[in-house]
Design a protein. Structure first.
Ligand SMILES: O=C(O)CCC(=O)C(=O)O
Ligand SMILES: [Fe+2]
Length: 209
């Protein structure tokens, strides 16, 4: 921490004193059919602060959706930061910048949106899906997830069938789904008997949802 930064408790933009996320510990796991995941434990600097700020400051909304003849609550809280909208903590802006720079040669474009999910306890979850509302349905793309708070399992399975794999996402961990992952694989965060709060931040390129 730089002297001024610690003195005023303010983030010191543009100085070398703030931890920049790095990629030397990232490990790639190739899945089938051109899908892959990159994984790096304890990747995000200032994860404790970011988690606390997000729980408190993000304007979380509860969604409802139609399920057959009833309307049910979506079992997690949501908020999306769109293109150009300020993120709730400077460490997240730095993380997005670092991800954009690191993956640019492969991705060809920056990460521009941040979808946020708040899993309040083990009953909150997301069912099997791919992020295929936008271009992920037809094109290779990337979704970079930063996980905060209690660990939860991200399960992945091939769309054509076959065994699922599961990756634990802990506090500050990075998980990037890449290649054909959104259209040839599905992912889920299953319910568990016991879990404390978890926040997930998903950085996506333009028109990937
Ligand atoms: O909670 C996560 O990390 C995954 C969330 C997710 O897959 C989504 O919102 O599309
Ligand atoms: Fe997803």
């Amino acid at each position: 921490m730089d002297f001024q930064g610690s003195l005023f408790g303010a983030p010191s933009f543009g100085t070398a004193s703030v931890d920049a996320p790095t990629f030397d510990r990232v490990v790639r796991r190739e899945l089938t059919r051109g899908a892959w995941v990159d994984i790096c434990p304890a990747w995000l600097p200032e994860a404790d602060d970011v988690f606390a700020a997000m729980v408190q400051d993000v304007p979380w909304r509860a969604e409802r959706r139609q399920m057959y003849d009833r309307e049910v609550a979506v079992p997690r809280l949501l908020h999306t930061y769109g293109v150009g909208e300020p993120l709730p903590h400077p460490a997240l802006a730095r993380a997005r910048g670092a991800l954009s720079a690191h993956y640019r040669p492969e991705l060809g474009e920056p990460f521009v949106t941040a979808g946020c999910c708040y899993y309040r306890d083990g009953r909150d979850s997301v069912a099997w899906h791919g992020d295929t509302i936008g271009r992920g349905k037809t094109q290779d793309t990337m979704v970079a997830i930063v996980s905060l708070g209690d660990p939860r399992r991200l399960a992945l399975r091939p769309r054509i069938g076959g065994p699922s794999i599961s990756i634990e996402m802990g506090h500050g961990d990075l998980l990037v789904m890449g290649g054909s992952c959104q259209r040839t694989w599905e992912h889920a965060v299953p319910k568990v008997a016991h879990a404390g709060p978890r926040v997930s931040v998903q950085f996506r390129p333009l028109n990937v949802f």
